[in-house]
Design a protein around this ligand. Structure first.
Ligand code: SAH
Ligand code: DHB
Ligand code: MG
Length: 221
């Protein structure tokens, strides 16, 4: 089946259930206008993440990989009153665009974008006792996904929901002989996840306006 069909159905769902308000429309426009890669989660994936996060009634959310803050806004809107979201971003330009988008969405008080390599920021977040987090969204560079997941576990408590984007990659993860570093990183993460007995997890495939991919859903036992 063509991506056209999946895209059309996604548009239909978006119109009914995942409408963007002015802040989300303007965030998407700022991402394009400022030349950021257009790899944000899709509209309906944003709504999906928002619903999942809301189920946890979160006071603390951690995001790894901010880009222009599009997913940050969907997740930030799931915070309970007084809740805080920390989002990690290595690229100063991405972070600048994100901060403006987040401010326009009225989330400047509740969302902090931290600039730096997530692999350096995560130990600091641990030592600052900023956790444990109710929801953690992993969506940065794919090579260290297993490392991000180990840190996510360190920053979790029983019931923490860990969501991991881009874990199917058009089925490339099935290729055991791939030399694609990103795919290898995802494969390593999936193996680790499948062997981690302290969590309950699965992967759900996604189609729609983005290409065929998948999201791992993990609950800490
Ligand atoms: N979550 C965003 C998309 C994130 S794209 C959304 O759906 O709206 C991945 C982001 O991770 C990019 O902005 C990239 O600069 C950032 N990134 C890449 N390597 C990183 C690292 N080591 N630490 C922190 N961020 C990183
Ligand atoms: C890429 C990264 C993402 O987080 C995503 O959702 C889609 C694509 C990428 O690096 O190509
Ligand atoms: Mg992604």
């Amino acid at each position: 089946m063509s991506n056209d069909i999946f895209g059309s159905v996604d548009n239909f769902i978006d119109r009914l259930f995942a409408q963007e308000d002015d802040a989300l429309v303007s965030a998407k426009k700022a991402i394009i206008d400022n030349g950021l890669p257009q790899i944000s989660i899709s509209q309906n994936q944003g709504k999906f993440l928002h619903i999942l996060a809301r189920l946890r009634n979160p006071s603390k959310i951690l995001e790894i990989g901010t880009l222009g803050g599009y997913s940050t806004i969907w997740l930030g809107r799931a915070l309970n009153a007084g809740g805080k979201l920390i989002s990690l971003e290595i690229d100063q330009h991405h972070a600048d665009v994100a901060k403006e988008n987040i401010a326009k969405a009225g989330l400047a008080e509740s969302v902090a974008v931290r600039i730096g390599n997530a692999l350096e920021e995560l130990p600091k977040i641990k030592s600052e006792n900023a956790g444990p987090f109710d929801v953690i969204f992993i969506d940065a560079d794919k090579e260290p996904y297993a490392e991000y997941f180990k840190w996510a576990l360190q920053l979790s408590k029983p019931g923490t929901l860990i969501i991991v984007d881009n874990v199917v990659r058009e089925a490339k993860i099935l290729d055991e002989h791939t030399d694609d570093k990103d795919v290898k990183g995802v494969q390593k993460f999936i193996k680790l996840l499948s062997e981690t007995t302290s969590v309950t997890a699965t992967i759900i495939q996604t189609v729609g306006s983005k290409y065929h991919d998948g999201i791992a859903l993990v609950i800490v036992n």
